[in-house]
Design a protein. Structure first.
Lengths: 498, 417
């Protein structure tokens, strides 16, 4: 891996470790301060497992007051703080620093209120995304944003990353489903942005905090809106004999006014790998396959499915299969959800990218990726949240071969640069973190970045909260930007991904 | 789109109202103001210029000449426009492709001028007031994909882009929405657009009581009928809604259902069942008449040319009944939008004490209150927006990060910011 430059380590802080521990023991219970090497190990990385670093200490506060006092203490003593939720982030947002206190929110794991009258749930930040849906589903409700890792990722982490999911085309990402947060700023200030009432008055700090990757404040409570479960959900599997046809079909379905709940495309390489892996009944002869899902009332879903079918045929679809039962619908998705473990069978390592592009550029970008694949002599498979233009190319390589690793890194950076070039974004849903930090200058000029840094300084003048993340340190477009998986093992191999 | 080079001269800058046509000129003007410490009012078509605190500036930056659609891609569901573009022009363009601004911006024209005037897109985003569909699709801030603007140092900055999924850096589009031009002069805005629903129908429930109305709205919003509008109009307002099929003049609750035609009928039938309503005793407005009812709601038609004061109150819908009950001594006229969460409150009599008392009631109900229209002599002495000391302090810091010399719309939102 490329060497990663992080903020300067303050040796004087590390040498004061014992004193810091005894000061912190006045704020939190001593068993909630971890300082032994073995105790720190589980916290040395998040799901961007290529980078590891032990923190100086881990602190697990139990109350908002404790969070506030720990931050106030750190601010007064110039100690860096890295907040952490479930640690499932893919861009290294929770990577510790050698001289930091890692603030684990793990003990904030309770759902505080199910409020059906206002259709919202109030939860502590380390409640998992899926636990919110589980808590309200018996009353026929659910929480819409569904990142693939929803079984493990925390709702506070979702706020920090503005997580999306398969359904964000129709229902939006976290920012569109969030009503309020309680947050503690670096100086210990406890405040609330938003609440159960829609939109807040004055500056939209809720919107600013969402997706700020833990740089502006520590979220201690979250209020999210919940939706009524749709009456009917149906999916279709559509095969195409060319990527261009599949891409055109996506654009035309959207343009027609059919907004699907989910719309995924896989290319031939991935299609074959996943079908071999879990026998989902995919059209393996096709060059590309689309899974399209509609939800709503029965008539609405039927009418949309018919429209999608018609447009698919006009775009030379080679096969169409519509789910006849919920069981079959889930089977359609099973292959897509196993896409990444399936890739583990194809090569010793793969690197997952996360670019966002205009829907209409799909064919062009995939063609470029295939050209790059030839140039770098490395195979690639593509999964694509087609409805909202979020592309996840998987580059296959062998990390034990230094030359392959170098080629893979260059290949990945070239893909992201191309995404920006066609009007897209460096990251659709994984966040910048440390992973794409040095690529920020592809998307922003210095003035843009300076404005963002001024906001950071306004709320955290000493730059102590999660420093070294999101904004470039090297000021060069380094060859970084992917999730590295070795031997099919991610940090949490059991969690569905991407 | 190619921009012209900076065309303003020093002499042009000496004018008190500046109407630039390029972003370079906008940047030049703000740079000059920054250098010379000159506060400047930012406005455009002035349809909402009366909302906010009064403040004095030497100069005005009027964006009405900075207009035009830069790029519209119906299949990508976005439109990129210059900030001075009128909502009318944008809507006309979207209409050609059967698309819309789904958040239904409020039209304050009837209230302030007596005729429709939706103003510019820059104004709509800067105020972030959204219409009846808000609870389903989000507000204006949820529909901005990206922007370009000029901060208080005269620097051209941008954030976001034109794709829906983008988590690169802080989401500055959100912080600029509802900032009333106090942080950055918006120059270009990329907005998410959505297809118009195939059809729309409205279930009109004849009912006299607020409590029952809120109950109907709550059940509707919690049902799988997926409504896109929910209002309650008391009796004194319903004369605005007597048209064609709607001859009933009593208090009414209305629920809008949109989508494919067959699905609407099916959902209305199911909803009536859930609400325990006999469809014969109530009324369903067909497409065009349904459209009129929601258009009149969005444009605040019931307040057309009122002389009295108008407050906008947002609370969690579970609090609405108690809040209104406590407001009765002030003899307000009101109607309820957003399925029970938004109260538009008209008051003939107001003073500082009354406003403070109302604000206390609203705050206790976990909501907030914005003064939309108030007697001029009171405007200087009351808080137009609510803010607590902690938020004020943070807002002050944020303002400084964008506009360190406090030259953009100074005091428009809060005194000292």
């Amino acid at each position: 891996m490329s060497t990663l430059q992080m903020p300067k380590v303050e040796k004087s802080i590390i040498s004061n470790k014992n004193e810091i521990v005894s000061d912190l023991e006045k704020i939190v219970k001593s068993e909630n301060i971890l300082s032994d090497k073995d105790e720190l190990r589980p916290y040395e990385t998040d799901a961007l497992a290529a980078y590891t670093q032990s923190p100086m200490l881990v602190v697990l506060p139990e109350t908002v007051k404790e969070v506030s006092e720990v931050l106030k203490y750190c601010n007064g003593n110039k100690i860096k703080v890295v907040p952490r939720g479930a640690g499932t982030g893919l861009s290294g947002g929770a990577l510790p620093l050698e001289d930091c206190i890692l603030l684990s929110m793990g003990k904030f794991n309770k759902i505080l209120e199910l409020d059906y009258k206002n259709r919202c749930v109030v939860a502590q930040p380390c409640v998992t995304n899926l636990a919110i849906t589980h808590a309200v589903q018996d009353k026929g409700f659910y929480y819409a944003p569904d990142p693939s890792s929803q079984i493990a990722c925390s709702i506070g982490g979702n706020v920090a990353e503005n997580s999306g999911g398969v359904h964000s085309l129709k229902y939006g990402a976290t920012t569109n489903n969030l009503l309020g947060i309680q947050v503690v700023l670096m100086d210990g200030t406890i405040t609330r942005f938003g609440g159960k009432a829609m939109d807040s008055e004055g500056y939209d700090f809720l919107g600013l905090m969402t997706g700020s990757e833990g740089l502006l404040g520590v979220v201690t409570e979250v209020t999210v809106k919940i939706l009524k479960t749709p009456e009917v959900i149906k999916a279709a599997l559509i095969g195409f004999s060319s990527i261009e046809d599949a891409g055109n079909c996506v654009a035309q379905i959207i343009a027609k006014g059919c907004i699907p709940a989910g719309m995924e495309i896989m290319d031939k390489a991935l299609l074959k790998a996943t079908n071999d892996f879990c026998k989902a009944g995919y059209p393996t002869q096709a060059e590309a396959m689309m899974i399209i899902e509609f939800d709503g009332s029965e008539f609405e879903v039927e009418s949309h499915i018919k429209t999608a079918e018609k447009i698919a045929k006009e775009n030379n679809s080679s096969s169409i299969k519509i789910s006849q039962s919920n069981e079959e619908r889930l089977k359609f998705w099973s292959g897509r959800k196993a896409a990444f473990p399936a890739c583990g069978d194809l090569a010793p390592d793969y690197m997952c990218m996360d670019g966002s592009i205009p829907r209409g550029k799909l064919a062009e970008v995939l063609k470029e990726i295939n050209n790059l694949s030839k140039k770098y002599k490395l195979p690639v498979a593509n999964a694509f949240h087609a409805g909202d233009g979020n592309l996840h190319p998987l580059i296959m390589f062998d990390a034990s071969d230094k030359d392959q690793l170098r080629r893979c890194e260059e290949f990945g950076a070239d893909i992201l640069k191309y995404c920006v070039k066609v009007g897209g974004a460096l990251t659709g849903e994984h966040g910048v973190g440390i992973e794409k930090r040095e690529l920020m200058c592809e998307a922003f000029n210095n003035t843009d970045i300076q404005q963002q840094l001024k906001i950071k300084v306004a709320l955290d003048p000493n730059s102590l909260l999660n420093p070294g993340k999101v904004y470039p340190i090297l000021r060069k477009c380094a060859e970084e930007g992917r999730v590295h998986v070795h031997g099919g093992k991610t940090k949490f191999p059991d969690i569905p991904r991407f | 789109m190619e921009e012209k080079q900076n065309s303003l001269t020093f002499q042009d800058f000496s004018q008190s109202v500046l109407k630039p046509e390029t972003r370079e000129d906008i940047s030049y003007i703000i740079q000059e103001c920054y250098k010379k410490n000159i506060p400047i009012e930012i406005n455009c078509l002035k349809s909402k210029v009366n909302i906010g605190r009064n403040f004095q500036t030497e100069k005005t930056l009027n964006l009405s000449n900075y207009k035009g659609i830069i790029e519209y891609k119906p299949e990508e569901l976005y439109i990129k426009v210059k900030s001075g573009t009128s909502i009318k022009e944008i809507k006309d363009e979207l209409n050609k492709h059967n698309q819309q601004l789904a958040f239904e911006p409020n039209d304050f024209g009837p209230l302030f001028k007596g005729n429709h005037d939706e103003g510019s897109i820059g104004g709509v985003i800067s105020c972030n007031f959204s219409g009846p569909r808000r609870f389903k699709v989000g507000s204006a801030r949820d529909h901005i994909l990206g922007f370009q603007g000029v901060n208080g140092r005269g620097e051209i900055i941008k954030s976001g882009g034109t794709v829906v999924k983008n988590v690169t850096g802080y989401d500055l589009s959100k912080i600029l929405s509802g900032s009333f031009g106090t942080l950055t002069v918006l120059t270009e805005i990329s907005i998410k657009v959505l297809p118009k629903p195939e059809s729309s129908k409205t279930l009109v429930i004849k009912n006299p009581h607020l409590m029952k109305a809120l109950d109907y709205l709550n059940i509707s919003l919690s049902s799988s009928s997926d409504p896109s509008g929910g209002v309650f109009y008391p009796e004194y307002f319903t004369n605005h809604f007597t048209f064609n099929d709607l001859t009933y003049e009593g208090p009414l609750t209305a629920v809008r259902i949109e989508g494919p035609k067959e699905s609407i009928d099916h959902r209305i039938k199911n909803l009536c069942k859930e609400l325990n309503l006999d469809l014969n005793e109530n009324l369903v407005l067909e497409n065009e008449q349904s459209r009129i009812l929601w258009e009149r709601t969005r444009t605040l038609e019931v307040f057309s040319k009122i002389k009295s004061n108008l407050l906008r109150i947002v609370v969690p819908s579970s609090e609405t009944f108690d809040v209104i009950k406590q407001l009765r001594p002030f003899e307000p006229k009101y109607f309820i939008d957003w399925g029970g969460s938004l109260i538009w409150l008209q008051l003939d009599k107001i003073n500082t004490k009354i406003l403070n008392d109302i604000r206390k009631i609203v705050n206790k109900g976990k909501g907030y209150l914005t003064v939309i229209k108030i007697e001029e002599d009171l405007k200087a002495s009351v808080d137009i927006f609510s803010v607590d000391p902690v938020r004020y302090k943070i807002s002050e810091k944020l303002k400084k990060s964008f506009d360190p010399k406090r030259i953009l719309n100074p005091g428009k939102m809060y005194s000292g910011i």
